[in-house]
Design a protein around this ligand. Structure first.
Ligand code: HEC
Ligand code: HEC
Length: 275
């Protein structure tokens, strides 16, 4: 009798834990993350941090990762494989470069899949960025292109152009989306209507003595060649058209929980992150 009881218990255990039974409950491809949020805690502004999100395909069909869309240029995301069989796992590695940020930040990566119920999942990243340069405020008379300052203010932009260059060299003072920070906004429609490409190019290449805006061209002792300056002019002047074309009602609905995402966040801007 006792043996039979034990046998039935073992049989029940096998049935309950059967992978076939579990997958039969989930129709189609189903993605499940171990966690959908990560808090990096306190991080210094000059170190890139990374985190790996593990996920599972709990469904009964092949799961496909269709795209990864980070909320800012400071975040990159990579997936180890695009196709995940039922019962298999995958990993999404996310990096966050906090340079140019201070205090509490919230970033995100949208993961788009062929999941039969929830085709978009937003992974959340929190961090608190602290400055490492103690005499930053006192050092303002020094050129940002000097030995002491260029590790942050020049090196990241080397070899880059357009958006990447803007984020590396200009966002410090003008904001990630040109919304203005310690320096004025460059993305307003009035500004972009009033000033043409030549005017903007002159400011970038030559700066203005006493304004706090250094000349970035090589001729003025800056780090940028002509092509790089041109690429910035092209990037900034594009903000004019972009704001008109943006359907903000859709974006507001989509990211309603993450209210401090950049407003000019552009859906479908994949860059090198398309998988
Ligand atoms: C460790 C990286 C790092 C180094 C090195 C660095 N900076 Fe900065 N700098 C930043 C960051 C980050 C910001 C944006 C600060 C913010 O958002 O409040 C910034 C902003 C600035 C600003 C504009 C904002 C303000 O506070 O007025 C100036 C001017 C500036 N830096 C000058 C310098 C000078 C001069 C040096 C060299 C003596 C230097 N920086 C070295 C990271 C750095
Ligand atoms: C260290 C801070 C700092 C950095 C870095 C910086 N700027 Fe500036 N920029 C200023 C300040 C200060 C002014 C002049 C006053 C103002 O507009 O706030 C200015 C002015 C400008 C203007 C003219 C604005 C006007 O009034 O018409 C343009 C255009 C501009 N910057 C573009 C750029 C671009 C592009 C980059 C990156 C290559 C860049 N800036 C990097 C601080 C900075």
């Amino acid at each position: 009798m006792r043996l039979i009881k034990i046998f039935i218990l073992i049989l029940l255990w096998i049935v309950v834990n059967s992978p076939f039974l579990a997958s039969a409950q989930e129709k189609g491809p189903r993605i499940r993350f171990e966690t959908e949020a990560h808090d990096f805690g306190k991080i210094p502004e000059d170190k890139i941090v990374e985190h790996t999100f593990k996920f599972f395909n709990d469904g009964d069909d092949v799961l496909e990762i269709k795209g990864l869309d980070p909320s800012c240029g400071c975040t990159e995301a990579f997936v180890d494989k695009k196709i995940i069989e039922p019962g298999q796992t995958g990993e999404i590695k996310v990096t966050l470069n906090p340079i140019g940020k201070r205090g509490k930040i919230l970033k995100s990566v949208s993961v788009e899949t062929n999941d039969s119920v929830k085709p978009e999942i937003i992974l959340r990243l929190d961090a608190q960025v602290f400055g490492v340069l103690k005499d930053h405020a006192q050092a303002k008379d020094e050129s940002i292109f000097s030995e002491k300052c260029k590790s942050c203010h020049v090196a990241r932009g080397e070899g880059k152009s357009g958006k990447e260059l803007y984020l590396a060299d200009c966002a410090f003072c003008h904001g990630d989306n040109g919304e203005g920070k310690s320096a004025s906004a460059l993305n307003s429609q009035e500004y972009l209507t009033k000033h043409d490409a030549n005017y903007i190019k002159d400011w970038i290449a030559n700066g203005k003595d006493g304004s706090g805006m250094p000349g970035f061209s090589k001729a003025k002792g800056g780090p940028l060649d002509d092509k790089q300056v041109e690429s910035l002019v092209a990037y900034i002047t594009k903000w004019k058209k972009r704001e008109k074309a943006l359907d903000t009602s859709k974006i507001a609905g989509k990211y309603v929980v993450l209210s401090n995402l950049p407003t000019t966040h552009e859906k479908g801007h994949w860059k090198g992150k398309r998988v």
